[in-house]
Structures are given as C-alpha cells and as structure tokens.
Write a protein that binds this ligand. Sequence first.
Ligand code: RP5
Length: 202
Amino acid sequence: MPSVTDLIERLESDAAAARPKESTPDVGVIMGSDSDLDTMQGAFDALDALGFAEQTDHADPPEGRFSYESYVVSAHRTPDLLYAYAETAEARGLDVVVAGAGGKSADLPNMTASIAFPLPVIGVPVQEKSVDSVIGMPTGAPITAVDAGKSYNAALSAAQILAREHPEVRERLVELHDERREGVGDVSAALHDLGVAGFRER
Ligand code: RP5
C-alpha cells in the first residue's frame, strides 16, 4: 500500500498533469478517519443517486461526465497530507470538496477550506460535538456546513454548486427532488388508506 508520502506525491503529480476537467473528479469527499465512513456514506449515496461515478484513478476516468473521489485525510495525524490535498484540489480539477470530521476538534473541514480557498468546501460535522469546530470560521475564511451527520445534504449542496455551470446536474437535482416529494405522497396515502396497523405490516 502507498505510504502517506506516496499519497502526497501522487496528489502533486496529478495536479502537475493538468488533465482536462472532463476527465477529473468534480467532487472530492474527504474524511478524518475511516471510522467516519458510515456517516459520510450519505454523501456517496447522494452522488450515486445523481449519477456521479466514483473515480479511483485520476488518470483513468470512469464512464460518464461527472465523478467524485474519496480519501481519508487526518488533520492531526497527517497535516502534510491535508495541506497537499487542499493545495492541489483545484489543480486536480475538483470544483468542490465535501469534508467530514468528528471529535471536538474537527479541524479537517475548516483547514481544508482555508488552504483550498477559493474552492468551496462543505463541512460535515460527524458528531454533534463537532459542530462548533466545523462552523467556527473567522471573518474572511468561509466554509459552508451542514448539521451533524448530514453528509447527504452536503453532497446535494456540492451538486447545487456544479449545477450553476452544468444543466445536466441541475436537471438530475430537480428529478431527485421530485422523486423525494412523490415518496412523501406514497407514504401519506398508504398511512391513511391502510390505517396505522396496516401501514406497519405492509
Ligand atoms: C477525527 O477523529 C476523525 O474525523 C474521527 O471522527 C475521529 C476519531 O478518529 P479515529 O480515532 O476513529 O480514527 O479526526
């Protein structure tokens, strides 16, 4: 397996390759630990639902125009990897980063936002106790953030940013929104028409 130093070199070399935007990931999803993966799964679910593919090799894009990548980047255990990820993000073709971290000192999202500026970063506090440290940025150093655990919404927000430039992403967002609306109609009618007991048994 590659070492942290190898990963840093990989990021720098991908940035230097200056590949066309169509072949690089559009959304970067990073998290402070693989123990965050279950919470961050919502981001992947949303991106999958929107038709994004996962890109696992920067030099070998998947089918389809839109893709995302994922890495574990620990602000405290690998600050050099954090710096390299954030500093190369724009040159590697990313348009937006979703960054999740837990604990009381959840520094990955806000440090990524500081270093990657002006690239937008959407922070996901992995736990309730992480909220203050994710949203607490000083004036002039912005981050957008969602509520604790709401990684699905973070990915939707990332797609909203992309949708300003890409009508296909906008269209898919509207479709997904409509599907969610119809889902409420389905359960509402089922609850009423089957009754509570019947609804629970269906
Ligand atoms: C944070 O510390 C991570 O984002 C994670 O939520 C938390 C605990 O990490 P592990 O000790 O499980 O690796 O940096």
